[in-house]
Design a protein around this ligand. Sequence first.
Ligand code: NAD
Length: 319
Amino acid sequence: MKILANDGISDLGKELLENAGYTVITDKVNQEDLAAFIQTNEVPILLVRSATTARKDLIDQCPSLKLIGRGGVGMDNIDVAYARDKGLKVINTPASSSQSVAELVMGQLFSISRFLNDSFKNISISDFSVLKKNYAKGVELRGKTIGIIGFGRIGQSLASYALGAGMDVIAVDQFTNTIGVLVPIGTNQQVPVAITPTNDLNSVLSKMDYISIHVPKQADGSAVLGAKEFELMKKGVRIVNAARGGVIDEKELINALNSGKVAFAGLDVFENEPNPNTELLNHPKIACTPHIGAATVEAQDRIGSELAELIIKEFGKQN
Ligand SMILES: NC(=O)c1ccc[n+]([C@@H]2O[C@H](COP(=O)([O-])OP(=O)(O)OC[C@H]3O[C@@H](n4cnc5c(N)ncnc54)[C@H](O)[C@@H]3O)[C@@H](O)[C@H]2O)c1
């Protein structure tokens, strides 16, 4: 059985599938050639990450397809309901990348507190003493409050890192049941910390020194942080978005950075990827990464082996 892993798959995932008798194709096929490739090669299994889309037209054009697998969480690049209506199985690997996204956010938080992104870019081309002066007013994470909006898998994982860094955590979610967050101390000990999310975002926005948002793309496409919410934030807040482009209103973010309301932002995700608004990419108070939240060796191995397991469970061994 052929599997087209169009956005790649880890060596471990590929090996598990090949050992079970599957043929895994990892040559990237351009989006516009994808339907023809799948038809010509009678591919029953398409695996994607965030780059390849599997929309209604592709599903209609590819009767050979039996399963679409998304390595990772967000399935907004797949017409899931339509595919399932057509009898296709659609799977993803929701938990496998939580820790890697949380670690990227910690990296962003440290970076936007100490001008790291700017320093890395400019150290070899600018005057050392000028840069030293420019970066003199860094701030520390320990002792600060981080608001985590969206307290699911990634939000909770981030909370464990933030607590470990000595931050207070305010969690915001539509679900308000108390969560026991485990904070690892070394590799053999864990300290449980109980956190009860609030569902009243507006009442807590002014208490946050940092905000990290971890909600999925909203069903109606609306921004969770827009003009009204920026208004309620503490002056000088620092914000990270490693969830989805559009959950923060990008235009309002630029306005808030330019007015000084927001001190700095870190973005891993953008509207209109892979061609984001260049004003965001070039803004002196935004540190950008190109949607690499899940891009760690460990997460890719977890994703690959989970996909392999799910596929083998569905179609059995082929040898
Ligand atoms: N940057 C990356 O590479 C990367 C990687 C993986 C996931 N993601 C994104 O991160 C998102 C979160 O992933 P997760 O695994 O934590 O999902 P999750 O489903 O476990 O958690 C999302 C949480 O957000 C809450 N929520 C939804 N809308 C809300 C709102 N308007 N206000 C408050 N809370 C709200 C939900 O109740 C849920 O608890 C994904 O949907 C995906 O878009 C990004």
